[in-house]
Design a protein around this ligand. Structure first.
Ligand code: UD1
Length: 418
């Protein structure tokens, strides 16, 4: 258990560099299984989710060297089609290996994936998409057994634009016989990154970033070198941190087009967003004006992963905000913790009404999920007095050295390990 001790009140200022995106790296690392050879992936920070994914790859037989945020993965020695239960339970994204493993070995066995406790999170859309490609799926209690001869290209319609299901089908279809069209595909920027990576291995995918992705299956994919895109959720977290502390932060490597919806909300609340050559500056002098309504949606809507940090910002904004969570039903567990700090929040089903207070006050609070954890650290930075965030390693799943980066911007933070 880690205790993050924060003395609030400082404005954050300076420069922060954004690391590689967790949500790009996890599918890219899984897609490596499709390659017959060695892949070198850079901009790959040692987030705990990344380390778990590498353990999963090792477990099925990959050889891995990892140093200085660059990982080399040799897939030639893959021999195991049964995925380790313990590792599967640690990480929902372990499901990404299913498609590539089927494309490569014709069978795969796995337990149901785990991950942050933010909702029901079934895998039915992943399995539906793979069935459309010719996979036979047998579900027993707690386990899924999948098998196929060569995957067959097909039309796959997703009832909901699931990010993970879109990626799983893209990966599997890239070695299938014939063409696959994914209709109602998710449009997240990380899907474009995955397309670019698979195409660099020799794949033939187009349309990522739109609702219709076309994948022409190829006979073989080769190893390649690739650098993951910068993390737009980490970018957004620092943008919100600047607004919350009346700061001025230069966010280096930020991809502006990926944070448009957040930038709009911050501008409406009184922040300045300046586009620079190598990133963006977020500047805020006055108390933030509450956003009238925020509703999370698939990209390009407001991202569910930034809902928690944004909720923290609204707790001290001038006015009232209505926040609706449409993607994951358990994302409001944060509200109980923010209330300990003096926030005024009423929750009804998937809607939260947040009436801004002048100041939060320091308290001891607990993280329940990755993004909620980051949101509590931000709350501590804006609160009067001392806040202690108790975190069982959840924040490190998606932020690399968050506390160190906030400290370099002027936050007063000490981390104690228990
Ligand atoms: C990915 C992101 C996560 C982000 C989420 C939504 C990664 C590694 N994680 O998660 O950070 O919060 O997108 O932007 O990229 N669903 C089903 N059946 C399925 C799959 C999903 O009902 O088979 C539901 C989920 O329960 C959820 C919704 O669809 O309510 C969205 O899930 P999805 O888009 O699949 O998110 P993930 O890929 O798990």
């Amino acid at each position: 258990m880690k205790k993050i001790v924060i003395c609030g009140g400082n404005s954050l200022s300076g420069e922060v560099e954004i690391h590689g995106a967790k949500n790009s790296l996890l599918p890219i690392l899984a897609a490596v299984v499709l390659a017959s050879g060695e892949c070198k992936i850079s901009n790959c920070p040692p987030l705990s989710d990344v380390l778990t994914m590498l353990d999963l790859l090792r477990d099925i037989g990959c050889k891995i060297e990892y140093a200085d945020q660059t990982v080399r993965i040799d897939t030639r020695s893959i021999h195991n089609y049964s995925m380790n239960d313990g590792l599967m339970h640690k990480l929902r994204s372990s499901i990404f290996i299913l498609g590539p493993l089927l494309a490569r070995m014709g069978k795969a066995e796995l337990g149901y994936p785990g991950g942050c406790d933010i909702g029901i999170r079934p895998i039915d859309l992943h399995l539906k998409g793979l069935r459309d490609l010719g996979v036979t799926v047998t579900e027993t209690e707690g386990h899924v057994l999948c098998s196929c001869s060569r995957l067959q290209g097909s039309e796959v319609y997703l009832d909901y634009p699931s990010v993970g299901a879109t990626e799983n089908v893209m990966m599997a279809a890239s070695l299938a016989q014939g063409a696959t069209v994914i209709c109602n595909a998710a449009k997240e920027p990380e899907i474009v990154d995955l397309q670019n990576f698979i195409n660099k291995m020799g794949g033939r995918i187009s349309g990522a970033g739109t609702g219709r992705i076309v994948i022409h299956g190829v006979e073989r994919l080769e190893g390649c070198e690739y650098s993951a895109m910068p993390d737009r959720i980490v970018t957004g977290t620092f943008m919100i941190a600047s607004a919350l502390t009346k700061g001025e932060i230069f966010i280096k490597n930020a991809q502006r087009e990926c944070v448009n919806v957040l930038a709009g909300k911050l501008r409406d609340g009184g922040c300045e967003i300046l586009d620079e050559d190598k990133g963006i500056v977020v500047r805020c002098h006055d108390r933030f004006k509450a956003s009238n309504i925020i509703e999370t949606m698939p990209y390009p809507g407001f991202p569910t992963d930034l809902q928690s940090p944004m909720m923290t910002l609204q707790t001290v904004a001038k006015g009232t905000c209505i926040l609706i969570e449409n993607v994951f039903e358990n994302r409001f567990r944060l509200t109980g913790e923010l209330k300990k700090m003096g926030a005024d929040i009423t929750v009804k089903d998937r809607m939260a009404v947040i009436r801004g207070v002048e100041k939060l006050k320091g308290a001891t609070v607990n993280t329940h999920d990755l993004r909620g954890g980051a949101a509590l650290v931000l709350a501590g930075l804006a609160a009067d007095g001392i806040t202690v965030v108790k975190d069982d390693g959840l924040i490190d799943r998606g932020y690399f050295e968050l506390e160190k980066q906030l400290k370099a911007l002027g936050g007063e933070i000490v981390v104690l390990e228990e």
